[in-house]
Design a protein around this ligand. Structure first.
Ligand SMILES: NC(=O)c1ccc[n+]([C@@H]2O[C@H](COP(=O)([O-])OP(=O)(O)OC[C@H]3O[C@@H](n4cnc5c(N)ncnc54)[C@H](OP(=O)(O)O)[C@@H]3O)[C@@H](O)[C@H]2O)c1
Length: 293
């Protein structure tokens, strides 16, 4: 396959205002839709894209957070920032989001699928509805939004789909099984789209961060991250700047962070399963024990 191509380290060379042909230039009739914008990586995408002159549409459930971020960005950059609170696990609310975007009168030129959460316990010890919610958010909502906004991008031969997957999608993770399977789905979905879109002017980029310090850890309380040295972590800002650089360079997949981070995570994608499963089982011992209690 050979499709895993990480960015080079650092973000030098990315200018603040000039977008390359692969990342559509900011346009007055267009918006960049960012899901999960109330926190973490999504909020950082909002800050960086606003700084580069894009009008934004912020999506998450917590409307108060979205409004506060929108005011901050409008004050700082003077660009238009719309807030459309929605629970993306709900098909009806996704219809409402789409109606809101149409009513705003702007076409979607960039779509960042960042909303997500993870469950860190054994499947048998988990809550059935919460597992389903996870799949609806990480898989169904991503497919739905990409399917809605890709055709108009193709008509204009311009657009960027940015799908936040995870290094968790590189191998199955017992104790985090539905999450790692969902992220493997996002990775395969995004990479096959990238191939389908080759030469169309529209890009699809899968983002595979390792640990990033955000509220993600308050929601899912993964224990494994405490065993991963800080040197293998990546800041939200680095995730975003490395991702935008990868889009500009036409990369299908990016592991954001330093060379050390990439060297640590990239091999797990091609290591034989029986070996990764031995490591994963040890790494996830705490999560698995949680499900048994
Ligand atoms: N942090 C990491 O270590 C890490 C590593 C690899 C990949 N990722 C992925 O990166 C993405 C962003 O995570 P993060 O680290 O930024 O976590 P975060 O700070 O917890 O942000 C998660 C975002 O998702 C939104 N969200 C959750 N449930 C939602 C729902 N039902 N409908 C709409 N929005 C919803 C949250 O907003 P509301 O609560 O307001 O709805 C929040 O804005 C996720 O897809 C995650 O899987 C994270």
């Amino acid at each position: 396959m050979g499709s895993l191509r990480a960015t080079s380290s650092g973000v030098s060379g990315v200018t603040a205002t000039k977008a390359s042909p692969r990342l559509p230039a900011p346009a007055s009739d267009a918006t960049a839709v960012i899901t999960g914008a109330s926190s973490g990586i999504g909020a950082e995408f909002a800050r960086v894209l606003a700084g580069r002159g894009y009008s934004l549409t912020l999506v998450a459930r917590r409307g108060d957070r979205l409004k506060a971020l929108a005011s901050e960005l409008e004050r700082a950059n003077g660009n238009r920032v719309d807030c459309l609170p929605a629970d993306l696990t709900s098909a009806e609310e996704r219809d409402g989001l789409h109606a809101g975007i149409l009513a705003g009168g702007r076409r979607v030129q960039i779509l960042v699928n960042s909303a997500g959460f993870g469950i860190y316990r054994s499947f048998a010890g988990s809550d059935r509805m919460r597992e389903l919610e996870q799949v609806r958010l990480l898989v169904e909502a991503v497919v739905d939004l990409n399917a809605r906004y890709l055709p108009p991008m193709l008509q204009r031969a311009s657009g960027a789909l940015i799908n936040v997957a995870s290094t968790a999608g590189f191998q199955p993770l017992p104790g985090n099984g539905t999450y790692s399977a969902s992220k493997a789905f996002v990775l395969a979905h995004s990479e096959s789209l990238a191939e389908e879109l080759r030469g169309t002017g529209v890009t699809s980029t899968a983002v595979c961060p390792g640990p990033v310090p955000t509220e993600f850890f308050d929601t899912g309380e993964p224990l494994l991250v405490h065993r991963i040295p800080r040197i293998f972590w990546c800041s939200p800002n680095r995730v975003v700047t490395d991702t935008l650089r990868a889009v500009e360079r036409g990369r299908q997949t990016v592991i954001p962070g330093s060379r050390v981070v990439r060297a640590f995570y990239a091999p797990t994608r091609t290591t034989p399963r029986r070996w990764t499963m031995i490591v994963a089982r040890r790494l996830m011992a705490g999560e698995l024990a949680r499900g048994e209690s």
